[in-house]
Design a protein around this ligand. Structure first.
Ligand code: PMP
Length: 339
């Protein structure tokens, strides 16, 4: 039973009941929620579950809607998962550096200890050590930020079979390599949680819309502990609109991939570049001869990239997001000044 992984008190929690939860009929005269009665399109509270968005996502992903959760960005899901599964000072979160920083930050906010098992030199997980860990949640990122690679299907399946806790696969960048998604494994592994986002491929970072896919019991528990109206209507609407113009989104994704591959082959020609790592995402991890000098030089020319050189395995590495054609050209020209 997946509920046995939850923090015990949460299994007994009575959620906040919103005014609208108590009425399920046709639009009536709503005098229950202390809203402003004068219509402006935003005067009513949203559907707490954002059902229409969940159902559209469910249909597109081929997953039952009872397995879909929507959130204010996937960062909210990270926070909620730690709240749901980890008892402070008792349970541990397992992360695999170098990886996305929010897993450790969210754990720290909740006073939950973080165990680290550094990825191998090939940026793949150390399966043997992971399955021996007693952590309550493992956060795996695929494609991984900042290394850009997908995690091996075989390794992830072994982890799912043998690791004793919940396995979260963060697929924030998976739309740039959709065949890499672990979503099809949801049927076989109730302890799997897959996170995705509208912030990257769908171009809605400012709207803050994330999604999680998991066993219905996990989704139900997330609904119990989330803030009543965690996702506003303007954001849900923007996500629905993006889903309705998927062709356009796909074309932009293809363009970003084309730019990424072009930029990778141009960067490797530069003397200041040691290595450009292969990427399944919308960024490149690049090793430079002198990363800190390059970082400062770029900054002096108004170009901001992410310095990852102090993370394990990433000596001399900067992470560069793929920009527009013009932005990528500017980056190259400024780097050419160094050589
Ligand atoms: N996961 C990863 C791996 C990310 O890189 C990011 C954002 N940079 C997020 C999650 C957070 O995404 P969101 O905007 O959906 O909160």
């Amino acid at each position: 039973m997946i509920e046995s992984y939850f923090r015990e008190h949460i299994t007994r929690l009575v959620p906040y009941s919103t005014a609208r939860d108590e009425y399920k009929g046709p639009p009536g005269t709503f005098l229950d929620a202390n809203e402003n009665p004068f219509g402006n399109g935003l005067n009513r509270y949203p559907d707490p579950r954002q059902t229409a968005l969940r159902e559209t996502i469910a249909q597109l992903k081929g997953v039952h809607s009872s397995k879909v959760f929507v959130s204010s960005g996937s960062d909210e899901v990270i926070d909620l998962l730690i709240r749901l599964f980890c008892e402070p000072r008792k349970d541990k979160v397992l992360i695999l550096p170098p990886t996305y920083g929010m897993y450790a930050v969210a754990a720290s906010v909740h006073n939950v200890d973080v165990e680290e098992i550094v990825l191998g030199a090939d940026f793949q997980p150390d399966v043997e050590r992971i399955i021996q860990s007693g952590a309550k949640i493992l956060f795996l990122c695929s494609p991984n930020n900042p290394t850009g690679n997908l995690m091996s299907r075989e390794y992830v399946e072994t982890i799912l079979q043998q690791f004793g806790g919940m396995v979260v696969v963060d697929e924030a960048y998976v739309d740039f390599s959709p065949e890499g998604s672990f979503l099809p494994l949801l049927e076989s592994f109730p302890q799997l949680i897959v996170m995705q986002t509208f912030s990257k491929a769908f171009g809605l970072a400012a709207a803050r819309v994330g999604m999680a896919f998991a066993a219905p019991a996990v989704i139900k528990a997330l609904d119990t502990i989330k803030l009543p109206y965690n996702l506003g209507n303007p954001s849900a609407k923007a996500a629905l609109a993006a889903l309705s113009r998927r062709e356009q989104v796909l074309r932009k994704v293809e363009k970003i991939i084309r730019y990424r591959d072009q930029l990778a082959s141009q960067l490797i020609e530069l003397h200041c570049v040691v290595r450009v790592y292969p990427s399944d995402a919308n960024f490149l991890l690049v090793q430079f001869v002198d990363a800190s000098a390059v970082f400062t030089h770029l900054l002096n020319h108004g170009i901001i990239v992410r310095d990852r050189s102090r993370q394990p395995l990433l000596e001399g590495c900067l992470r560069i997001s793929i920009g527009t054609g013009k932005e990528n050209k500017k980056l190259l020209n400024v780097l050419k000044m160094i050589g």
